[in-house]
Design a protein around this ligand. Structure first.
Ligand code: ADP
Length: 477
């Protein structure tokens, strides 16, 4: 753990094992922290806050530029560590390191653009001035699916804004977090400004985060259930919250779209990170007249995807994170088939070539999916593409919006007006129009409804860590 500028063990020297999900082997033992360490970390962040927040924006920027440079210099070794710990194919891990570094760069630039404003008053002797100030000490909880970029997406804007931070990474991927902290340290992080608490049981640390009065803000990326629970607890002290939660993205192929291009796009975005992404398409709407050609191309692409250890050249499908995820995905597929869905390909756990030691699920296409199936409503964190046939395009918007989630949505169409109708009518925070990668450090990321509160990246990303203060100044003294 990294607390107050020092790498430390847990107080009671307890550790927990981190496994490689591709083969179940233990890759490291890391400190198993809890309440005591979380409190120490909060104290360090609280103490460091006045010093860090009074640094000029230019100084904070310069630190983030250095961290960005170091992350890019270390790209290859960071990617290898990520593949070993999280499982994604090495090329995807490299992409994630770049994406993670982008947040350091973006906020190194954005920190210089924290503006206030002046407002006219109806009184001739009065002036209003609005300034932005850092919220204070931030607590952050991050997931395992994007184990580096989800950290920089929170740490970079927090530090840019002048906040100090305590981070608890997911128990499946603490090593990636340690690597990020090593490079922050190398970039000259002053002690206490960013602190890392690793823990097998997230609850005691989470409780400190939601109840310690010194923490002003909680930022969380993870499941909707845990997000709701944390928001409820944090409400006790009215802490500021940002929540990036689950999704259930529709992928709409309109009647005028090119089904081949849409199928190719889907094959890339659906199976990215083995489907373990909150913006992964979960309901694929295809018109009956083009379904055959769409499915043919999709199956062709999926059949070429080689599952395996992400370090093996050519592998495109890594493992799922653990046994429980395999079971969840498998039970959703079974439920769909029992209710009349057709398996186009996949639908089983892979056990050949020693893959039984890891958590591999075959890339799967389900056709004839309907509303009655669990997979139509539940988030699928796995490599399953559920295809739904539609007849009437007028119903599409309503069907796509018929979910509690509101994170990402994708639309394929050749018509500008149809694109605009969907862009404006979809109740989702991130929309890809003929585009499968609508994300960037420069663009706001976040969801509506049960997908969360707040945005990350872009200028909105730094706003989340700032308070607005309004001053009325009389010229009469
Ligand atoms: P997932 O299903 O993607 O693992 P979780 O919401 O369970 O999503 O995990 C996301 C993050 O939330 C992880 O860092 C995990 O340790 C943390 N987390 C899970 N349960 C709690 C809890 N009770 N209190 C605080 N953090 C938690």
């Amino acid at each position: 753990m990294y607390i107050n500028g020092q790498w430390i063990e847990a107080k009671d020297k307890k550790k927990f094992s981190v496994l490689n999900p591709a083969n179940g082997k233990v890759i490291a033992q890391v400190p198993d922290g809890g309440e005591a360490e979380a409190i120490m970390a909060v104290a360090a962040a609280d103490k460091a806050f006045p010093i860090w927040s009074s640094r000029t924006a230019y100084k904070r920027s310069s630190f983030l530029y250095d961290a960005h440079r170091l992350m890019m210099e270390d790209l290859e070794s960071l990617a290898q560590i990520m593949t070993e710990e999280q499982g994604k194919p090495i090329q995807s891990a490299r992409n994630e390191v770049r994406y993670g570094a982008d947040f350091l760069l973006w906020f190194a630039e954005e920190v210089k653009r924290i503006y206030g404003r002046t407002i006219s008053s109806s009184r001739s002797d009065q002036r209003f001035i609005v300034i932005k100030q850092p919220v204070g000490v931030v607590a952050a909880i991050t997931p395992w699916n994007y184990p580096m970029s989800m950290i920089t997406r929170k740490v970079a804007p927090a530090l840019a804004a002048g906040c100090t931070i305590v981070l608890k990474p997911a128990e499946a991927t603490p090593i990636c977090a340690m690597e990020i902290f090593k490079l922050l340290e190398k970039a000259g992080l002053p002690k206490g400004v960013a602190n890392l608490v690793t823990a097998l049981d997230p609850e005691p640390v989470g409780r400190v985060f939601t109840t310690d009065k010194r923490i002003q803000k909680l930022t969380f990326t993870g499941s909707t259930d845990i997000g709701k629970m944390l928001a409820r607890e944090a409400a006790g002290q009215m802490k500021r919250i940002s929540l990036e939660l689950g999704g259930h993205a529709p992928f709409i192929v309109c009647k005028d779209a090119d089904p081949i291009r849409a199928a190719k796009g889907l094959s890339l975005v659906k199976f990215l990170n083995t489907g373990q992404a909150c913006i992964s398409p979960n309901r694929i709407y295809v018109h009956s007249t083009m379904k055959e050609s769409f499915l043919k191309m999709l199956k062709e692409k999926v059949d070429l995807m080689i599952p395996g250890n992400g370090m093996t050249p050519g592998v495109k499908i890594g493992p799922l994170v653990n046994e429980a995820e395999i079971e969840k995905v498998n039970s959703q597929v079974k439920d769909a088939v029992n209710h009349g869905a057709t398996l186009v390909t996949g639908g089983f756990r892979i056990i050949d070539n020693e893959l039984d030691k890891g958590y591999f699920y075959a890339p799967t296409i389900l056709d004839n999916v309907t509303k009655e199936m669990r997979i139509y409503r539940e988030e699928t964190f796995g490599p399953v593409a559920p295809v739904i046939t539609y007849e009437d395009e007028d119903d599409l918007l309503k069907m796509a919006n018929d979910t509690d989630y509101g994170l990402a949505a994708y639309v394929y169409t050749k018509s500008y007006s149809t694109a605009m109708k969907f862009f404006e009518g979809l109740n989702f925070g991130i929309i890809g129009i003929n585009d499968i990668n609508p994300t960037s450090a420069a663009a706001p990321f976040g969801g509506m409804k049960m997908s969360g509160i707040g945005r990350e990246g872009a200028f909105e990303g730094i706003e989340e860590y700032l308070e607005t203060k309004s001053g009325g100044f009389s010229l009469n003294t």
